[in-house]
Design a protein around this ligand. Structure first.
Ligand code: HEC
Ligand code: HEC
Ligand code: HEC
Ligand code: HEC
Ligand code: HEC
Ligand code: HEC
Length: 448
């Protein structure tokens, strides 16, 4: 009656298999949820394309080449840091955006104008579509652009042209984390498809399990009724399920250990990949200092406080003395301001909590980027002038640095140092000279 025993082992195996598949399934579901810049968004963008028959012309959006070029310039100058057409970046993919926002025709263009003019206002107005977007993307705030409606239409003209072109003809675009996603065709198996396959697999396994249990029961019943069984066989049939047997079963223990190791390994690898990435980090500060008030409303220049930013590696956090330039007279009665007085009297620095922090192995220089490269603070730090409490806007990963170095042209205007290099570069190609071309991808430039 070895058959009976084999059958039981087989049943265990199936139970374990369904368990493993269920775990994998759940995992792939979360992975799909996590995929910030991955295939999911491409799918929706592609699906949107398909829904509109590959991109019809939308009423109210100009189609002449002049508008499209003007739009492209505006888009590349203002929006590209956060938006791609066909893939999600910091903000959503913009393909077909005019079709999904509220309203139709002119109305939807008006809505887009308002949103681009001041997205936070539209969100605060209770517009359900805008609030849904905000839920998905907060705390990232889209910068406000005081554009005329005609300029918005130009941008839409450019977006429409790119939408109609479709992702297949667009070039390779790179996500914020540096992962290169080839647009369109080669996105691999989509996560929904994967889930369906796994779902069916579980179903089939469970079905087999049920059928096998039924067969075992029938067999046992049949054998019990038989009179002429010998001792050994009767023992097997009357054997009760026991956890003790299970706990001492070598095959079972081996499988259990293997699964345990696999789960632990997977969890730790996932955790390791997020170590050190602190995007969105927003610690509470000892004094409720607001950039929205000082840099936004009162328009105090960043340089006034972050004195090192244009002439050294570090940006400096201002000392209490700089605050005193104003607060020796401004709002003296405020409790928060008295904290500043206390720091000055006791000659102790205010213990601001550091937000941005590269590991020691990396070298980053503010002067090089702000003064020489003329990059706005906001490109890397986001809309600081709107933040009540500062948070880390960019991921600050190596991929993020490299990505920008690949895409950004060196600002060589009026910089004699670069004249020769640009001349050499232009002999070879028509493409602008990027930071990559001057060696911005060399390990030693960023690593000590
Ligand atoms: C600082 C990053 C940033 C910049 C720069 C930016 N956006 Fe956005 N944009 C976002 C985010 C984030 C959202 C999602 C909504 C939100 O959180 O406010 C968004 C949403 C949008 C939406 C709505 C998308 C949808 O799916 O309905 C449109 C349209 C849009 N942006 C257009 C633009 C245009 C045009 C520009 C350039 C003039 C631009 N954005 C520049 C971050 C940015
Ligand atoms: C009145 C002085 C003042 C002005 C003006 C000011 N800041 Fe700050 N900034 C501070 C102080 C104080 C802190 C530390 C407390 C905090 O994080 O809010 C800080 C923190 C920061 C941080 C985070 C530093 C970290 O810990 O990693 C960034 C980034 C920053 N400021 C950027 C800017 C930019 C960009 C501007 C201009 C738009 C600006 N600041 C204008 C005083 C100022
Ligand atoms: C160039 C002038 C100036 C500097 C420098 C300055 N502040 Fe201010 N601060 C102001 C003004 C103006 C207000 C708004 C006062 C009001 O609301 O009447 C203000 C308000 C504040 C408030 C809100 C007080 C309250 O109770 O409403 C805090 C906190 C504050 N500042 C902290 C700081 C700190 C910390 C520094 C130094 C890092 C600093 N400020 C540097 C001008 C300045
Ligand atoms: C090219 C991207 C980039 C630009 C542009 C940029 N920063 Fe930074 N900033 C960083 C990075 C990266 C760090 C973290 C540096 C570190 O940990 O060594 C940082 C850190 C800071 C800090 C924390 C103190 C320090 O020096 O580490 C402050 C304050 C700051 N930046 C202010 C500014 C201001 C003000 C501007 C504009 C004048 C600006 N940054 C422009 C990338 C940038
Ligand atoms: C927004 C775009 C942008 C980001 C993000 C950025 N850089 Fe740069 N970086 C530039 C530009 C532009 C230059 C060229 C400046 C010049 O003209 O010398 C540059 C130059 C450099 C150089 C000098 C390269 C050379 O060959 O002289 C170093 C080193 C560097 N960056 C490090 C970093 C590091 C580290 C990070 C990430 C923490 C980073 N950068 C993020 C735009 C960027
Ligand atoms: C433009 C700047 C830049 C260049 C060029 C660059 N790195 Fe990095 N690298 C960084 C920054 C910034 C970090 C830290 C970011 C982080 O922890 O994710 C980093 C982290 C690393 C790490 C540690 C990884 C980790 O997760 O802690 C290694 C290893 C590394 N780089 C190797 C290299 C090698 C090899 C090269 C040359 C092929 C290179 N880097 C070129 C900026 C750069």
């Amino acid at each position: 009656m070895a058959l009976g025993c084999k059958m039981r082992n087989f049943l265990f195996l199936i139970c374990i298999l369904s368990g493993t598949v269920a775990y994998a399934q759940q995992d792939s579901a979360t992975a799909a949820g996590d995929a910030a810049a991955g295939g999911e968004q491409q799918e929706t963008a592609a699906a949107d394309d398909a829904a509109s028959g590959g991109g019809e012309k939308y009423p109210g959006i100009p189609t002449d080449q002049a508008s499209i070029s003007a739009g492209q310039e505006l888009f590349e100058g203002n929006c590209k840091t956060c938006h791609n057409i066909h893939t999600k970046l910091v903000g959503p993919a913009l393909a077909n955006v005019y079709e999904r926002v509220p309203g139709e025709g002119e109305e939807s263009i008006e809505w887009l104008h308002n949103f681009i003019y001041n997205s936070q206002k539209v969100i605060a107005s209770g517009d359900p579509y805008a609030q849904k977007l905000w839920e998905e993307y907060k705390p990232t705030v889209m910068t406000s652009f005081p554009f005329e409606k005609e300029q918005v239409k130009d941008i839409l003209a450019y977006i429409q042209q790119e939408t109609i072109k479709g992702p297949a003809t667009a070039s390779t675009e790179t996500g914020p984390g540096g992962e290169v996603t080839t647009d369109g065709k080669q996105t691999g198996i989509s996560s929904t498809y994967m889930s369906v396959i796994l779902g069916v697999l579980i179903f089939v396994l469970v079905l087999i399990l049920v059928v096998l249990i039924l067969i075992v029961n029938i067999l046992v019943k049949y054998l019990k009724d038989k009179e002429d069984l010998d001792e050994a066989d009767r023992e097997v049939i009357e054997q009760k399920f026991s956890f003790k047997d299970l706990a001492t079963n070598k095959v079972f223990l081996a499988i259990l250990t293997a699964i345990f190791i696999a789960v632990v390994a997977k969890t730790s690898i996932d955790a390791l990949f997020t170590v050190g990435i602190q995007q969105g980090y927003q610690p509470a500060q000892p004094i409720a200092f607001s950039h929205a008030l000082h840099a936004g409303e009162y328009e105090i220049d960043c340089n006034y406080c972050h004195t090192g930013v244009r002439k050294s590696k570090n940006a400096n956090i201002p000392s209490a003395n700089i605050c005193m330039n104003c607060h020796s007279v401004v709002k003296t009665e405020s409790k928060q301001i008295q904290e500043i007085y206390k720091a000055v009297e006791e000659n102790k620095p205010i213990e601001w909590v550091r937000i941005h922090n590269l590991p020691d192995l990396a070298y980053f220089n503010h002067e090089q980027h702000v003064e020489v490269g003329e990059i706005e603070c906001q490109t890397c730090h986001g809309p600081i002038e709107e933040m009540e409490v500062v948070y880390q806007y960019a991921p600050l990963t190596m991929g993020w640095c490299i990505n920008c170095h690949r895409e950004t042209a060196v600002n060589a205007d009026g910089n004699d140092y670069y004249n020769k290099l640009v001349e050499l570069h232009n002999q070879e190609t028509d493409e602008p000279m990027t930071v990559e071309d001057i060696g911005g991808l060399e390990c030693s430039k960023c690593h000590y």
